[in-house]
Design a protein around this ligand. Structure first.
Ligand code: SDX
Length: 393
């Protein structure tokens, strides 16, 4: 080996970059976006404001957010030719596979995004187009999965309301979106908006570090988020809770399965690489669960199972010793379900929330002119071997 290499599988102790965007304290369970506590933002801000904060560094003035919303409203339509891609997917194919492909295809429709030396204005427009089109793409994936006609965006609605309108709206009649649903969606998207150098954000950064365009970089982040150990956990949690419910709700049995090293089963929605305390997002979402289900008059038995599971695990030495707590994915699916989303759409909703964080991190990486990501390795393979003709092998 040339030079001195330290092995750090999974980058558990590697700082990949310097960033001014999001602060995590895993021991204390603290999460801040640009210095603002997540608790305050979830309570008092909107998702579009938080997107602006993450990408541009400050909470917007009234003029700035109106200008931002106006710019976005100019670009909420996707190119009509993109519909051919929607029509090409098998109807039951996973929404995350569709989302990753569709986001990457934006680079085909907007080739100016391929220029790594875009002017500031051109780059700003590339960002606006992606932010503007993501809700349309996500809602159309949902509509296509139902075999329903897609609903086009309406500029009279704000960002989140427009998304809900395109998702739950019908061609045949005007619908009004329940303010409880709008508020819950804003809160959930805010809580998912960024999380420093997690797996998918690191993916976005490393793909972008090769001067690859924003759309393809974000598409790579969508793929990384899909994994059940990462964003895919929110879908896996509900599937796990349903399994426990259908198995008679025997929580102790499943907690013991999760502890059994010979059993691949893990408690989905539990544990975190950084948080060795409660994930502050899980705390807020757990409280919001009771609140939103009560307001919507929904009694979901899996919520009771989730609470029982949490209670048993948090009093079990296996989890306590390893500092395993519920993470952002443990309760979020229960709210998504109450809002009317099917389980397979949950991780796509995570991606919709994480989009401004991915964009902010990619932009920071580019502005800081960071070098192309290229880690080394410890070679443990064969040393010197001589070629043998196939006749002699
Ligand atoms: C997200 O990084 C981020 O910030 C991600 C995220 C974001 O906003 O971007 O927060 C979003 O991805 C949240 C995490 C969602 N994933 C899950 O809920 C899947 C279940 N959790 C685990 O797979 C696990 O906890 C991870 C992947 C989240 C973290 O894995 P680590 O940090 O590599 O920890 P590990 O696998 O080394 O676990 C340490 C120990 C092991 O036991 P021992 O070898 O010490 O005996 O804890 C055990 C693990 O077996 N363990 C679990 C467990 N999680 C860890 N045992 C049972 N159930 C679990 N869920």
């Amino acid at each position: 080996q040339t030079g001195y290499v330290t092995l750090d599988s999974g980058f558990k102790n590697t700082g990949a970059t310097k960033s001014a965007i999001t602060f995590l304290d895993g021991e204390q369970g603290i999460l801040k976006y640009r210095g603002y506590g997540i608790e305050e933002l979830a309570e008092k801000s909107t998702f579009l404001e938080v997107a602006y904060l993450l990408i541009y560094g400050n909470l917007p003035t009234k003029t700035e957010i109106e200008d931002f919303q106006h710019k976005i409203s100019r670009h909420t339509l996707v190119h009509e030719d993109m519909k051919k891609f929607f029509d090409g997917f098998p109807s039951k194919s996973h929404p995350m596979g569709q989302l990753s492909s569709l986001v990457c295809s934006l680079s085909s429709f907007y080739p100016e995004s391929l220029d790594p030396h875009q002017t500031k204005e051109e780059f700003e427009l590339t960002i606006i187009k992606l932010l503007a089109k993501m809700p349309t793409i996500v809602s159309w994936i949902y509509k296509k999965s139902l075999g329903h006609p897609v609903i086009y965006p309406q500029n009279k609605y704000d960002y989140v309301t427009n998304f809900l309108y395109m998702t739950f709206g019908q061609r045949t009649e005007e619908i009004t979106i329940d303010p409880v649903v709008i508020d819950a969606m804003n809160k959930l998207l805010i809580l998912h908006a960024d999380h420093e150098q997690n797996c998918s954000t690191s993916t976005v950064r490393i793909v972008g570090s090769s001067d690859c365009n924003l759309y393809a970089s974000i598409s790579a982040g969508v793929s990384a988020l899909w994994g059940p150990l990462h964003g895919g956990a929110n879908q896996a949690v509900i599937e796990m809770l349903e399994k426990i419910k259908n198995d008679g709700g025997d929580v102790d049995k499943w907690v013991n399965k999760a502890k059994d090293k010979n059993d691949p089963f893990r408690l989905m929605g539990f544990g975190h690489r950084v948080y060795k305390n409660f994930d502050p997002r899980a705390k807020i979402i757990k409280k919001a669960c009771d609140d939103i289900l009560a307001k919507l008059g929904i009694n979901d038995p899996v919520l009771d199972i989730a609470k029982k599971l949490e209670e048993v695990a948090l009093n079990d030495p296996y989890f306590v010793d390893r500092k395993l707590y519920p993470n952002v994915d443990f309760y979020s699916g229960i709210i998504y379900r109450a809002l009317g989303f099917p389980t397979e759409m949950f991780t796509v909703l995570f991606a919709l929330g994480r989009l401004p964080g991915w964009i902010a991190q990619w932009k920071e990486m580019r502005e800081n002119k960071e070098p192309i990501g290229r880690p080394r390795q410890i070679y443990v393979g064969e040393k010197d071997r001589t070629f043998v003709d196939i006749a002699s092998r």
